[in-house]
Design a protein around this ligand. Structure first.
Ligand code: ADP
Ligand code: GLC
Length: 496
């Protein structure tokens, strides 16, 4: 069984600063870094997408053959360290699969047709890489459906190999994405058809990669305690709640932290003035810069509601912007508040944001992905809107708390675990929460926040102070993952 320090291989489709489409990329690198700081031998494997410049990396000697099914695919591996650490990050290079600009598709609407093959190769290559390095990890920690085949291979083809004592942990960052494909892809994986059954890959006669991972991994986790409970119910289970209830004893919720090297209002290089709970003055300058940058009327007395978001159903875009029924156009018509939004995603919503920006001088949205602007929005806003239908953890509400922008959130998943609802009698709390994910409830809650802004100024000051003092430490989360790894190793040993 593994001993301290543990050898941990993270296999993922995303890891910042190399590849990111959402919070997964942030979480994987930050967790790895925190584990590394605790003294563990942790390493990361991701694909070498076209957007990752090879010239910045070092190539490992020789090609690496990856046997998969009846094939042997010839790949190469590049390496560098995670910035400011000695933590090795390996990049699987295979031009035919990863020599493209996107991670999952050319854009968020068009997935690559060969994703099962692409990510099966990544999963299979994890083992070949370890062989090449003569390094057998105690734990293979995989994230979401793209690396879900790793636990399957550990349990099947690698069962009696040098990896026989390696335990697997699968973290579910978002149950809404399961990797469901036609079963025609199955033969490529090089697994026996006997693995294609209702307690494995099979899902309504199709392939479900996440489901296979959930049934095979020694231990399971998700990214907040509330989400861990929610996904075991039909309302949040995306068809896998029964399976998750079945594996309930092996499933834990561990809250993500935030990377305070990047998200710290006292040092953030992207914002025009620094501030903290003790010295909050700089925030007013950030608000002014935000209003100027977005072309909003520069007025410190009007509250700014910010948001940085992937425009997908999950995030409550219909409840916010649905034409004719969304809450935000109503707010624009009836309340004295401004909006500053950065986002990209579903085409109808991008269009709606452009229309609203055109219609209202106090509503401005930037379409696109913009890291720098994201920091300015967090720093310069007074409130942060996050009415997600479901939210496994959510990073933005934690960033906003740290930057003193009070979140307006649906009480679900990680939002429920990180935001404390406003108590109108005492002024206690860090944000504004609602229970029903409807446009009406969102409208009312924005109204409540705006009311407090104009009528309970002293409460807003108190809440902002409390919000900025919240700590979401990766060190604490990493400690909980280490406990999970020990548990996974014990479970794995008991099965052998
Ligand atoms: P999710 O992963 O579901 O999108 P999270 O809140 O966990 O939600 O993480 C989102 C991450 O992606 C945050 O770091 C956020 O700042 C970033 N992000 C999302 N959209 C954009 C955008 N348009 N521009 C810049 N950053 C963005
Ligand atoms: C997913 C979830 C988000 C979470 C992130 C990192 O993208 O949607 O809630 O914060 O993963 O774990």
């Amino acid at each position: 069984m593994g001993e301290f320090p543990l050898k941990i291989l993270m296999v993922s489709s995303e890891a910042i600063p190399f590849a990111k489409s959402g919070g997964l990329g942030d979480a994987v690198s930050a967790l790895a870094k925190a584990l590394f700081r605790l003294g563990h031998d942790v390493r990361i494997l991701i694909p070498r997408y076209y957007s990752i410049d090879k010239r910045q990396l070092e190539q490992l000697e020789g090609p690496m053959g990856v046997p998969i099914g009846n094939l042997e695919l010839w790949t190469s591996v590049y390496q560098t360290n995670l910035p400011e650490t000695d933590l090795p990050v390996y990049f699987l290079d295979y031009e035919a699969y990863f020599g493209r600009s996107g991670i999952y598709g050319a854009d968020s609407q068009h997935e690559y047709m060969d994703n099962p093959e692409r990510f099966a190769l990544l999963s299979k290559a994890a083992f070949q890489l370890c062989r090449k390095l003569s390094w057998v990890p105690d734990i293979m920690h995989v994230h979401d459906w793209p690396s879900s085949l790793v636990p399957v291979y550990l349990k099947t083809t690698e069962r009696n190999s040098e990896f026989k004592d390696t335990a697997s942990v699968l973290t579910i960052h978002n149950l809404g994405y399961q990797g469901i494909y036609s079963k025609e892809h199955f033969p490529f994986f090089g697994l026996d058809w006997t693995e294609f059954h209702g307690s494995g890959f099979e899902y309504h006669d199709a392939l479900n990669l996440l489901k296979a991972g959930i049934t095979s991994a020694d231990s399971l986790s998700t990214v907040s305690p509330t989400y861990a409970r929610e996904i075991q119910t039909p309302g949040f289970g995306f068809g896998l709640d029964g399976l998750l209830r079945h594996r309930s004893r092996e499933l834990v919720g561990i809250l993500n932290g935030i990377d305070t090297d990047t998200w710290n209002p006292e040092t953030d290089p992207f914002i025009p003035a620094h501030f903290s709970a003790e010295n909050p003055e700089g925030k007013a300058l950030c608000k002014e810069a935000l209003q100027k940058t977005f072309g909003l009327p520069v007025d410190p007395s009007v509250p700014v509601i910010g948001m940085v978001v992937r425009l997908t159903e999950q995030k409550g875009i219909a409840e916010m912007f649905g034409p004719g029924y969304g809450a935000v156009p109503e707010v624009c018509k009836t309340m004295h508040a401004q909006f500053a939004i950065v986002g990209s995603g579903d085409a109808w919503c991008e269009k709606e944001l452009k229309t609203l920006s055109h219609l209202y001088p106090h509503f401005k949205a930037r379409i696109g992905y913009d890291e720098k602007l994201a920091h300015l929005v967090e720093a310069g806003s007074d409130f942060y809107m996050m009415p997600s239908r479901y939210e496994p953890c959510g990073l933005n509400q934690m960033y906003s708390l740290r930057y003193g922008s009070l979140p307006i959130v649906h009480r679900t998943g990680g939002l429920a675990d990180t935001v404390e609802n406003y108590n109108q009698d005492t002024g206690d709390g860090t944000g504004f929460m609602f229970d029903d994910p409807t446009p009406r409830a969102l409208y009312n809650t924005i109204g409540w926040a705006v009311w407090a802004w104009y009528n309970r100024k002293e409460h807003i000051t108190l809440m902002r102070l409390k919000a900025m003092q919240s700590t979401f430490s990766w060190e604490k989360s990493a400690g909980e993952y280490v406990a999970l790894y020990s548990h996974a190793l014990a479970l794995h040993a008991s099965k052998r």
